[in-house]
Ligand binder design. Structure first.
Ligand code: SF4
Ligand code: SF4
Length: 294
């Protein structure tokens, strides 16, 4: 099924006003609605918690909202923050491991603003199952975090994968996850959806493998890859993993830039981030309003 020209033009237009997909759109703002607490995999670098808003990294949010509360927050944010062009579902778990909540939230917002851009981020495990529904919901931009395409490498990154009621570990877990990530990206790009792939650069684990991942993303029709630094989280399995330097990240982006576009301006945002990429205003909208003072 090919996309018609007007949908294609709309998606192109939406990309122009999406601050993450277009570094020239930094005046536009996005709102992440934290409606997705559960996750169906376990990455060794992750520890999800609902914490103080002064900590900024993916997976962190002050509170989890129901779809109705998320809709209320969107209306409030839209009144107070200029230039909101994107509504994103980015956790604090996985958007598709909480598909009913994600869907309900987007449906409510779509009724009041059919033109807003919908963006989701996911680990990709459930993409083959939900790709069509995402397209029907009007999601135009999807970010998939895919750290490896080789199961022996993936087995070092993921503790387990829970798929269709079964918990897998090791290479088997990694194989299932990767197969679904790749199939899912292809399904989306075939329908004209813009896909970004996040890759966390992990010292001694996937460093040398990243160019292969990027080549695969290009082959699957992805638009841009975002090679990111690990944010070490205390209590996670990778808490002591040595960091790659900024130079190593920049060199890798440069190498991979020969294959496809690279993102240089990602802020590794919170699951409840609000505002332009340069100015997070989530604290103004959280129920604690930063009262702890930390
Ligand atoms: Fe954490 Fe995201 Fe990995 Fe799930 S997919 S374990 S939320 S980093
Ligand atoms: Fe954009 Fe990166 Fe923030 Fe996602 S984490 S909203 S891609 S800047």
């Amino acid at each position: 099924l090919k996309m018609d020209t007007s949908t294609k033009n709309t998606i192109e237009q939406k990309t122009k006003t999406h601050p993450c997909f277009n570094s020239g759109a930094s005046d536009y703002a996005r709102v992440h609605l934290p409606v997705a607490p559960k996750c169906n995999i376990s990455c060794n670098y992750c520890l999800r918690k609902y914490d103080c808003p002064n900590e900024s990294r993916p997976g962190v949010t002050t509170e989890v909202l129901s779809p109705e509360e998320a809709y209320e927050r969107y209306l409030e944010v839209d009144k107070q923050v200029p230039n909101i062009s994107v509504v994103g579902i980015a956790g604090p778990g996985d958007a598709l491991a909480n598909f009913e909540e994600t869907k309900k939230t987007l449906q409510l917002i779509k009724e009041s603003n059919p033109d807003i851009t919908f963006c989701i981020s996911t680990n990709g495990l459930m993409l083959p199952v939900y790709a069509n529904e995402l397209v029907e919901l009007g999601v135009s931009h999807v970010t998939v975090t895919m750290n490896a395409i080789d199961p022996t490498i993936g087995a070092q990154v993921y503790k387990y994968v829970e798929y269709m009621g079964v918990k897998y570990k090791g290479e088997q877990a990694a194989s299932i996850l990767m197969a679904n990530q790749m199939a899912g990206i292809k399904l989306l790009t075939d329908k004209g959806i813009i896909c970004k792939v996040n890759i966390v650069m992990l010292k001694g684990i996937n460093e040398k493998h990243i160019p292969e991942v990027v080549k695969k993303v290009k082959e699957l029709g992805g638009t841009i890859t975002n090679i990111m630094q690990l944010i070490p989280v205390k209590g996670s399995a990778f808490q002591d993993l040595p960091l790659v330097s900024n130079k190593e990240i920049m060199d890798m982006r440069k190498t991979c830039g020969e294959t496809m576009s690279q993102m240089y301006h990602c802020k590794q945002c919170r699951a409840d981030a609000i505002g332009t990429l340069g100015n997070d205003r989530s604290i103004e909208f959280s129920s604690c309003k930063g009262k702890c003072g930390s």
